[in-house]
Write a protein of this length. Sequence first.
Length: 199
Amino acid sequence: MQARSFSAPLTVLLLLASGTMPGCNRAEQPPKQDPTQPLPKEIVAAPAGAGQPPKQDPPQPLPKEIVGAWQKAGAEAGWVGLASNGGLDFQDKATGLADAVPAFLFSWKDGVVAKLPVPAAPFGLILGGTEVTDAGLKELASLKSLHTLDLSGMEVTDAGLKELAGLKSLHTLDLSGMEVTDAGVAELRKALPDCKIIR
């Protein structure tokens, strides 16, 4: 009896296992990405503005008739905002200022502000270094859109600060160089929790 040969079936099994058997193809694999090559644009490119904070509209100047009325009363028109050192700065342009709003640099005169037209848009008032008293601050109560107020260096006491409690739109208040107490400032913070107070 002749010995049977198993070489042919063994060859077939090896071909099947290797996937080289005619008509027997492995599932096609996607080509590997060369790590030295840039990713396709559809992968790299992100939607315009993705991950960026929404752009804020630039501040708009106040109406000319309002600016003219304040200038006629002796005010200088410009812009006020936070400078790089964290303090308030008044200048003729808003460039380089954070939270900039149109503003008036005003030498205080009792009874004048109460007669001036009140801007509807947020604005600032620079009174630092002028002779404003506690009683004078009562005139600011009508400025409901007042955004920034500089009272630095003025002789105002805790009693005067209470006159500012109704200015709910106030965003930044400079009290540096004033003889107000911590207790007085704390009371004002309760009334204006969203206001940044500089001392």
